[in-house]
Design a protein around this ligand. Structure first.
Ligand SMILES: [Cu+2]
Length: 124
């Protein structure tokens, strides 16, 4: 009987720890969604809730969903410690990356048309 009680309280303690862990991780780990779009014309953008992104939080984690709407364009993102062609030329479709931003300026561009297709945001 004594043993059963000990087992039960241990289980209760474990369940409490497990549920607080789930709460803590779901509160801090849900990344904020950004949308990257390139094409079909000569346009490229990064938006959050429909607005062009200018500043984001350094140290925060973001999920960037890039939609490439033209085979002639790519989506290339570079910034502090990061340099990646997320959707290549001639890829069309959607790709998702998860970014933990570092303080500084991030630039995105379409490499074949970088003089007209580029933008940037800051992580502060
Ligand atoms: Cu292009």
């Amino acid at each position: 009987m004594k043993l059963l009680f000990r087992g039960g309280s241990l289980f209760a303690l474990f369940a409490l720890l497990a549920s607080s862990f789930v709460l803590a991780s779901s509160a801090s780990a849900a990344p904020i969604t950004l949308k990257g779009t390139v094409g079909p014309g000569f346009t490229i953008s990064v938006t959050m809730n429909g607005k062009k992104v200018k500043t984001l939080k350094a140290g925060a984690t973001y999920r960037l969903i890039v939609t490439d709407r033209a085979s002639i364009h790519d989506f290339h993102l570079s910034g502090p410690g990061y340099n990646k062609v997320i959707t290549s030329d001639p890829f069309m479709g959607t790709k998702t990356v998860v970014l933990k931003l570092k303080r500084g300026t991030y630039t995105y561009r379409c490499d074949p048309h970088a003089s007209v297709m580029h933008g940037s945001f800051k992580a502060v």
